[in-house]
Design a protein around this ligand. Structure first.
Ligand SMILES: CC1=C(/C=C/C(C)=C/C=C/C(C)=C/C=O)C(C)(C)CCC1
Ligand SMILES: [Fe+2]
Length: 483
């Protein structure tokens, strides 16, 4: 376990031919790019958290039954500054850094405060996303970095703020079949308001100017945050054919804490707070009218990072998420925890909530005369319920589909549509998964794969060219953070 974490990885920018055991399907052609932290130590300084490491891009090119691997560190401004100083000079999620140790920290803090929202890192280590024709490495700040699919070289830095009011954006956008990208983010304090923004980054058209997809980017809906200074944190969202599903959870980012973190010498992670007595609000946004449905759907306090899929059936929106009963997950990724051996991990006293895949079923309409307390879900084959309450509230209770799965993926052709299979990592009580799993929602059965000395992360489903069934394809498991 020890060797997984904290050691810097060497990049391998020249393609290396992989040794293959077994057989790669002949039809599987193309390149898979993965992202994740590769370096947690710079000079004599070390990061505290797994999400802090310098982004290392990996590519696996599948060609005629062979695989070629390469990897390259993302040459972000953060990476360059750190390398030049030979120490950590840019703050990351779990590590606050001070650029110039000689300068008076108070002077620096005041210049930070005058901006209120700090200038965040461009160490885009979480995922690879597509905007227009191009691929970008992404994190959850306002920056993404264009990368070259072939060479993994780093190209320009895009600042969402130049095009739309966004200080944070997810690393899990959605795509439609026309090549448009949809993402969600948070705009903090703009014109005195904090809001969640859903944006559409349009497909590229022949003859488009550089960055046209960003200059043509539009905000398709703004959802006011319940609180100006404590917007909810979110890592992904759901999209059906007609609706966007946004979960406003009681895991919140404290803006005042964020604005003063540098001055107080604490990391960004400490600005996230868990409010277990609050509700979790479920917002459905009509993609056509761009309006939020007025019914106040809610559920108990939960923490969700990954939406699995969402779709509509017989007047209901059904969405599946991987959820937790508290916010302990991100604490598990402090390197001091990850480096513990199994016995020490068990002994350290802190418990970490385990994930479950939960299905929510939201009735879009109901008879206004129905009695309070009635379950207004009329769909069969689900135990998920939605109880009508007074003042336009509906209390939603999920059906637990599967326990102990994370990093869910689907056949993306079925995104927004009724689907049957989830591919995921099976997690037990340690953060490093040892199995991947294929879950059949219809039969509630699972099929697992493991092998000694293999620590698969997220499985990526690739549809076979002549696929007839949803699960006609192949799935691959590679070390990565989110993708
Ligand atoms: C830098 C930074 C952030 C970074 C968050 C990150 C890096 C989250 C990674 C999450 C992952 C990998 C989840 C996997 O399920 C915040 C808190 C948004 C806001 C403050 C600045
Ligand atoms: Fe993720």
């Amino acid at each position: 376990m020890q060797s997984f974490f904290g050691n810097n990885r060497r990049e391998s920018p020249k393609p290396v031919k992989a040794q293959i055991r077994g057989e790669i399907p002949k039809w599987l052609q193309g390149t898979l790019i993965r992202n994740g932290p590769g370096m947690h130590k710079i000079g004599d300084t070390v990061y505290n958290h797994w999400f802090d490491g310098m982004a290392l891009l990996h590519s696996f090119t599948f060609k005629d039954g062979e695989i070629f691997y390469r990897s390259k560190y993302l040459r972000s401004d953060t990476y360059r500054s750190n390398m030049e100083a030979n120490r950590i000079v840019v703050s990351e999620f779990g590590t606050m850094a001070y650029p110039d140790p000689c300068k008076n920290i108070f002077a620096k803090a005041f210049s930070y405060l005058s901006h209120t929202i700090p200038d965040f890192t461009d160490n885009c280590l979480i995922n690879i996303i597509r905007c227009g024709e191009d691929l970008y490495a992404s994190t959850e700040t306002n920056y993404i970095r264009k990368i070259d699919l072939e060479t993994l070289e780093t190209n320009e830095k895009v600042d969402y703020r130049k095009y739309v009011a966004l200080n944070l954006a997810t690393s899990h956008p959605h795509y439609d079949t026309n090549g448009n990208t949809y993402n969600m983010g948070t705009s903090i304090g703009d014109k005195g308001k904090t809001k969640y923004q859903i944006i559409k980054i349009p497909q590229s058209k022949p003859g488009d100017k550089e960055h046209a997809c960003f200059t043509n980017c539009e905000v398709i809906c703004s959802i006011p945050s319940r609180s100006l200074l404590r917007p909810s944190y979110f890592h992904s969202f759901g999209m059906t054919e007609n609706y966007i599903v946004f979960i406003e959870q009681p895991f919140k980012l404290d803006i005042l804490k964020l604005a003063t973190a540098y001055f107080r010498g604490v990391n960004w992670a400490s600005c996230l707070g868990w409010y277990p007595n609050d509700k979790t609000y479920i917002h459905l946004i009509d993609r056509e009218t761009k309006k939020i449905l007025s019914t106040k759907y809610y559920t108990d306090a939960l923490v969700v990072y990954h939406h699995v899929n969402a779709y509509e059936e017989d007047g209901h929106v059904i969405f599946d998420i991987v959820a937790y009963n508290d916010n302990s997950l991100y604490d598990m990724f402090y390197l001091k925890i990850l480096k513990l051996d199994d016995a020490a991990f068990e002994k350290q006293g802190k418990t970490f909530s385990s994930p479950s895949c939960r299905r929510f079923v939201i009735p879009l309409q109901h008879d206004k005369n129905v009695e309070l307390g009635t379950n207004i879900v009329t769909l069969e084959n689900t135990t998920a319920s939605a109880l009508k309450e007074k003042d336009g509230y509906v209390y939603c209770k999920p059906e637990i589909l599967f326990e102990g799965i994370e990093l869910p993926r689907i056949n993306y052709d079925y995104n927004g549509k009724k689907y049957r299979y989830i591919y995921a990592s099976k997690v037990q009580w340690r953060p490093v998964p040892t199995k991947i799993i294929k879950c059949d929602i219809l039969t509630k059965t699972c099929y697992e794969w493991r092998e000694d000395h293999c620590w698969p992360a997220e499985p990526v489903f690739v549809r076979a060219p002549e696929a007839k069934e949803e699960d006609d394809g192949d799935y691959h498991l590679f070390h990565s953070m989110c993708l």
